[in-house]
Design a protein around this ligand. Sequence first.
Ligand SMILES: C[S@@+](CC[C@H](N)C(=O)[O-])C[C@H]1O[C@@H](n2cnc3c(N)ncnc32)[C@H](O)[C@@H]1O
Length: 281
Amino acid sequence: MPKTARKRKTPITNIPSASTSSCKPESTRAVIRRFHVLLKRQAQLKKLVVHDLAQRTELANVEGEIEELGLENYQKMSAIGQRSDRGGGSEKILIRWLKDKEMHKTERKLKLLEVGALKPDNYDDCSTWIEATPMDLNSRHPSILEQDFLLLDEEMNREKWDLISLSLVLNFVPEPPDRGRMLRLSNIFLVEDGHLFVALPLPCLANSRYLDFDLFTSLMTFLGFTELQRRWRKDGKMVYYLFQKKTDVKTPSRERLVVPERFTKKITLRQGNRNNFSILL
Ligand SMILES: C[S@@+](CC[C@H](N)C(=O)[O-])C[C@H]1O[C@@H](n2cnc3c(N)ncnc32)[C@H](O)[C@@H]1O
Protein backbone atom coordinates (compact mmCIF):
# COMPACT_ATOMS: atom_id res chain seq x y z
CA MET A 1 0.00 0.00 0.00
CA PRO A 2 1.44 3.42 -0.87
CA LYS A 3 2.36 5.48 2.14
CA THR A 4 0.25 8.57 2.70
CA ALA A 5 2.25 11.73 3.10
CA ARG A 6 2.63 12.53 6.80
CA LYS A 7 1.99 16.04 7.89
CA ARG A 8 5.23 17.59 9.12
CA LYS A 9 5.13 19.41 12.40
CA THR A 10 5.69 23.10 11.95
CA PRO A 11 9.20 23.94 13.07
CA ILE A 12 9.54 26.51 15.78
CA THR A 13 10.39 29.67 13.92
CA ASN A 14 11.42 33.19 14.83
CA ILE A 15 14.36 31.99 16.86
CA PRO A 16 16.45 34.87 18.13
CA SER A 17 20.01 34.70 16.84
CA ALA A 18 22.96 34.41 19.22
CA SER A 19 23.75 38.09 18.90
CA THR A 20 20.22 39.41 19.33
CA SER A 21 18.89 36.83 21.77
CA SER A 22 16.71 38.16 24.52
CA CYS A 23 16.61 36.60 27.97
CA LYS A 24 12.85 36.25 28.08
CA PRO A 25 11.76 32.75 29.12
CA GLU A 26 9.87 32.32 25.81
CA SER A 27 12.95 33.07 23.72
CA THR A 28 15.31 30.91 25.78
CA ARG A 29 12.82 28.05 25.53
CA ALA A 30 12.44 28.59 21.77
CA VAL A 31 16.22 28.33 21.24
CA ILE A 32 16.41 25.22 23.41
CA ARG A 33 13.48 23.57 21.62
CA ARG A 34 14.77 24.44 18.16
CA PHE A 35 18.18 23.04 19.02
CA HIS A 36 16.62 19.74 20.12
CA VAL A 37 14.54 19.57 16.92
CA LEU A 38 17.66 20.14 14.79
CA LEU A 39 19.76 17.55 16.64
CA LYS A 40 17.03 14.98 16.22
CA ARG A 41 16.61 15.69 12.52
CA GLN A 42 20.38 15.56 12.04
CA ALA A 43 20.53 12.10 13.63
CA GLN A 44 17.60 10.89 11.47
CA LEU A 45 19.13 12.19 8.24
CA LYS A 46 22.56 10.80 9.03
CA LYS A 47 21.00 7.35 9.25
CA LEU A 48 19.17 7.78 5.92
CA VAL A 49 21.50 9.68 3.64
CA VAL A 50 23.33 7.57 1.08
CA HIS A 51 22.71 8.96 -2.41
CA ASP A 52 19.57 11.02 -1.98
CA LEU A 53 20.36 14.60 -3.00
CA ALA A 54 17.33 16.16 -1.30
CA GLN A 55 18.21 14.54 2.02
CA ARG A 56 21.86 15.49 1.65
CA THR A 57 20.80 19.08 1.08
CA GLU A 58 18.48 18.99 4.09
CA LEU A 59 21.28 17.55 6.23
CA ALA A 60 23.62 20.35 5.14
CA ASN A 61 20.93 22.93 5.96
CA VAL A 62 20.23 21.37 9.35
CA GLU A 63 23.93 21.26 10.18
CA GLY A 64 24.32 24.85 9.02
CA GLU A 65 21.51 25.94 11.33
CA ILE A 66 22.99 23.96 14.24
CA GLU A 67 26.28 25.74 13.68
CA GLU A 68 24.61 29.12 13.40
CA LEU A 69 22.52 28.60 16.52
CA GLY A 70 25.54 27.07 18.20
CA LEU A 71 25.88 24.66 21.14
CA GLU A 72 27.30 27.56 23.12
CA ASN A 73 24.22 29.70 22.55
CA TYR A 74 22.04 26.73 23.47
CA GLN A 75 24.04 26.25 26.65
CA LYS A 76 23.81 29.96 27.41
CA MET A 77 20.04 29.80 27.10
CA SER A 78 19.94 26.69 29.29
CA ALA A 79 22.12 28.41 31.89
CA ILE A 80 19.75 31.41 31.91
CA GLY A 81 16.89 28.98 32.49
CA GLN A 82 18.86 27.57 35.43
CA ARG A 83 19.38 30.95 37.17
CA SER A 84 17.86 31.44 40.57
CA ASP A 85 15.52 34.17 39.25
CA ARG A 86 13.95 31.40 37.13
CA GLY A 87 13.58 28.97 40.02
CA GLY A 88 17.18 27.77 40.24
CA GLY A 89 18.90 24.64 39.02
CA SER A 90 17.75 21.13 39.68
CA GLU A 91 20.83 20.49 41.86
CA LYS A 92 18.87 22.04 44.74
CA ILE A 93 16.39 19.18 44.55
CA LEU A 94 19.11 16.54 44.51
CA ILE A 95 20.87 18.17 47.48
CA ARG A 96 17.58 18.33 49.43
CA TRP A 97 16.92 14.63 48.80
CA LEU A 98 20.45 13.64 49.79
CA LYS A 99 20.24 15.70 52.97
CA ASP A 100 16.89 14.10 53.80
CA LYS A 101 18.73 10.77 53.68
CA GLU A 102 21.39 12.32 55.93
CA MET A 103 24.00 11.66 53.30
CA HIS A 104 25.70 14.97 54.14
CA LYS A 105 26.81 13.32 57.36
CA THR A 106 29.06 10.81 55.59
CA GLU A 107 32.60 10.13 56.77
CA ARG A 108 34.10 10.50 53.32
CA LYS A 109 33.17 12.84 50.49
CA LEU A 110 30.72 11.48 47.95
CA LYS A 111 32.03 11.40 44.41
CA LEU A 112 29.50 13.02 42.09
CA LEU A 113 29.66 12.95 38.29
CA GLU A 114 27.54 15.83 37.00
CA VAL A 115 26.86 15.13 33.33
CA GLY A 116 25.76 18.12 31.25
CA ALA A 117 27.21 20.76 33.56
CA LEU A 118 26.71 24.33 32.42
CA LYS A 119 28.35 25.83 35.50
CA PRO A 120 31.43 24.59 37.39
CA ASP A 121 30.15 25.50 40.87
CA ASN A 122 26.67 23.99 41.21
CA TYR A 123 27.78 21.90 44.20
CA ASP A 124 30.30 24.31 45.77
CA ASP A 125 28.04 24.87 48.78
CA CYS A 126 28.30 21.14 49.53
CA SER A 127 32.05 20.86 49.08
CA THR A 128 32.49 19.48 52.62
CA TRP A 129 30.60 16.31 51.67
CA ILE A 130 30.42 16.23 47.84
CA GLU A 131 33.39 16.05 45.52
CA ALA A 132 31.85 17.07 42.20
CA THR A 133 33.20 16.40 38.73
CA PRO A 134 31.29 18.57 36.27
CA MET A 135 31.42 17.28 32.68
CA ASP A 136 29.98 18.38 29.35
CA LEU A 137 30.25 17.71 25.63
CA ASN A 138 31.21 21.36 25.33
CA SER A 139 32.96 22.81 28.37
CA ARG A 140 32.14 26.43 29.19
CA HIS A 141 34.75 26.69 31.96
CA PRO A 142 38.24 25.26 32.58
CA SER A 143 36.90 23.35 35.62
CA ILE A 144 34.28 21.55 33.51
CA LEU A 145 35.70 18.42 31.95
CA GLU A 146 35.02 18.34 28.20
CA GLN A 147 33.95 14.75 27.62
CA ASP A 148 31.20 12.72 26.00
CA PHE A 149 29.73 10.58 28.78
CA LEU A 150 28.90 7.88 26.23
CA LEU A 151 32.60 7.54 25.39
CA LEU A 152 33.83 7.17 28.96
CA ASP A 153 35.98 4.11 29.51
CA GLU A 154 33.77 1.42 31.00
CA GLU A 155 36.45 -0.34 33.02
CA MET A 156 38.05 2.83 34.36
CA ASN A 157 34.70 4.11 35.57
CA ARG A 158 33.21 0.85 36.82
CA GLU A 159 31.81 1.44 40.34
CA LYS A 160 33.76 4.68 40.56
CA TRP A 161 30.95 7.10 41.40
CA ASP A 162 28.66 7.47 44.42
CA LEU A 163 26.32 9.83 42.60
CA ILE A 164 25.56 10.58 38.95
CA SER A 165 23.40 13.46 37.81
CA LEU A 166 21.65 13.43 34.42
CA SER A 167 19.72 16.65 34.63
CA LEU A 168 18.10 17.55 31.29
CA VAL A 169 20.66 15.41 29.51
CA LEU A 170 18.71 12.33 28.34
CA ASN A 171 16.34 14.55 26.36
CA PHE A 172 19.32 16.25 24.71
CA VAL A 173 20.68 12.93 23.39
CA PRO A 174 19.07 12.54 19.95
CA GLU A 175 18.94 8.74 19.60
CA PRO A 176 16.71 6.61 21.89
CA PRO A 177 19.25 3.71 22.09
CA ASP A 178 21.94 6.19 23.23
CA ARG A 179 19.61 7.36 25.99
CA GLY A 180 19.25 3.74 27.06
CA ARG A 181 23.01 3.27 26.95
CA MET A 182 23.45 6.35 29.11
CA LEU A 183 21.27 4.79 31.80
CA ARG A 184 22.97 1.40 31.46
CA LEU A 185 26.41 3.00 31.78
CA SER A 186 25.24 5.00 34.78
CA ASN A 187 24.38 1.74 36.48
CA ILE A 188 27.81 0.28 35.67
CA PHE A 189 29.62 3.43 36.84
CA LEU A 190 27.82 3.67 40.20
CA VAL A 191 28.97 1.92 43.33
CA GLU A 192 26.51 -0.54 44.83
CA ASP A 193 23.78 1.54 46.56
CA GLY A 194 24.95 4.60 44.59
CA HIS A 195 22.38 7.18 43.49
CA LEU A 196 21.29 8.39 40.06
CA PHE A 197 19.48 11.70 39.71
CA VAL A 198 17.42 12.15 36.54
CA ALA A 199 15.59 15.33 35.52
CA LEU A 200 13.45 15.42 32.38
CA PRO A 201 10.97 17.83 30.84
CA LEU A 202 7.61 16.55 32.07
CA PRO A 203 6.16 15.93 28.55
CA CYS A 204 8.85 13.25 27.97
CA LEU A 205 6.85 11.01 30.32
CA ALA A 206 3.46 12.69 30.61
CA ASN A 207 2.77 13.21 26.93
CA SER A 208 4.89 10.82 24.90
CA ARG A 209 3.45 8.35 22.44
CA TYR A 210 6.04 5.74 23.44
CA LEU A 211 6.98 6.35 27.08
CA ASP A 212 5.04 6.88 30.28
CA PHE A 213 5.82 6.85 34.01
CA ASP A 214 5.18 3.13 34.39
CA LEU A 215 7.31 2.08 31.44
CA PHE A 216 10.16 4.35 32.58
CA THR A 217 10.05 2.90 36.08
CA SER A 218 10.03 -0.68 34.80
CA LEU A 219 12.91 0.07 32.41
CA MET A 220 14.90 1.50 35.32
CA THR A 221 14.05 -1.52 37.48
CA PHE A 222 15.23 -3.81 34.68
CA LEU A 223 18.52 -1.89 34.59
CA GLY A 224 18.99 -2.45 38.32
CA PHE A 225 17.66 0.75 39.85
CA THR A 226 15.18 1.21 42.67
CA GLU A 227 13.12 4.37 42.60
CA LEU A 228 13.49 6.37 45.83
CA GLN A 229 11.99 9.72 44.92
CA ARG A 230 9.84 11.18 42.20
CA ARG A 231 8.68 14.80 41.98
CA TRP A 232 6.43 16.54 39.48
CA ARG A 233 3.34 18.69 39.39
CA LYS A 234 0.43 18.37 37.00
CA ASP A 235 0.90 21.90 35.68
CA GLY A 236 4.69 21.79 36.10
CA LYS A 237 7.42 21.60 33.47
CA MET A 238 9.80 19.07 34.95
CA VAL A 239 9.94 15.64 36.50
CA TYR A 240 12.74 14.67 38.90
CA TYR A 241 13.79 11.22 40.05
CA LEU A 242 16.23 9.75 42.50
CA PHE A 243 17.16 6.11 41.89
CA GLN A 244 19.44 3.82 43.82
CA LYS A 245 21.55 1.06 42.29
CA LYS A 246 20.52 -2.25 43.81
CA THR A 247 22.01 -5.42 42.45
CA ASP A 248 19.59 -8.30 42.66
CA VAL A 249 21.67 -11.12 44.11
CA LYS A 250 19.30 -13.69 42.62
CA THR A 251 20.16 -12.42 39.11
CA PRO A 252 23.88 -13.18 38.75
CA SER A 253 24.64 -11.27 35.56
CA ARG A 254 22.46 -8.42 34.40
CA GLU A 255 24.39 -8.29 31.12
CA ARG A 256 23.16 -11.80 30.21
CA LEU A 257 19.49 -11.01 30.80
CA VAL A 258 17.29 -11.07 27.69
CA VAL A 259 15.92 -7.57 27.19
CA PRO A 260 12.11 -7.63 26.93
CA GLU A 261 10.72 -6.31 23.66
CA ARG A 262 8.90 -3.45 25.35
CA PHE A 263 12.31 -1.94 26.13
CA THR A 264 13.86 -2.53 22.69
CA LYS A 265 11.04 -1.40 20.40
CA LYS A 266 8.86 1.68 20.29
CA ILE A 267 5.35 0.58 21.19
CA THR A 268 2.51 3.05 20.95
CA LEU A 269 1.09 3.57 24.44
CA ARG A 270 -1.09 6.58 23.73
CA GLN A 271 -2.76 7.97 20.62
CA GLY A 272 -3.40 11.57 19.65
CA ASN A 273 -1.29 14.67 19.64
CA ARG A 274 1.81 13.42 21.48
CA ASN A 275 5.56 13.79 21.29
CA ASN A 276 7.82 10.91 20.21
CA PHE A 277 10.25 10.80 23.12
CA SER A 278 11.46 7.30 23.90
CA ILE A 279 14.32 5.44 25.57
CA LEU A 280 15.39 2.11 24.10
CA LEU A 281 17.76 -0.57 25.38
C1 LIG B 1 19.96 21.37 28.74
S1 LIG B 1 21.64 21.24 29.12
C2 LIG B 1 21.45 20.72 30.79
C3 LIG B 1 22.02 21.64 31.74
C4 LIG B 1 21.88 21.38 33.21
N1 LIG B 1 22.34 20.07 33.59
C5 LIG B 1 20.45 21.64 33.67
O1 LIG B 1 19.90 20.79 34.36
O2 LIG B 1 19.91 22.69 33.36
C6 LIG B 1 22.17 19.71 28.42
C7 LIG B 1 23.67 19.58 28.44
O3 LIG B 1 24.00 18.21 28.35
C8 LIG B 1 25.18 18.10 27.60
N2 LIG B 1 25.30 16.72 27.08
C9 LIG B 1 24.44 16.10 26.24
N3 LIG B 1 24.87 14.87 25.95
C10 LIG B 1 26.04 14.70 26.62
C11 LIG B 1 26.98 13.66 26.69
N4 LIG B 1 26.82 12.53 25.99
N5 LIG B 1 28.07 13.81 27.47
C12 LIG B 1 28.26 14.97 28.16
N6 LIG B 1 27.40 16.01 28.12
C13 LIG B 1 26.30 15.89 27.36
C14 LIG B 1 25.01 19.16 26.51
O4 LIG B 1 26.23 19.54 25.92
C15 LIG B 1 24.33 20.29 27.27
O5 LIG B 1 25.26 21.26 27.73
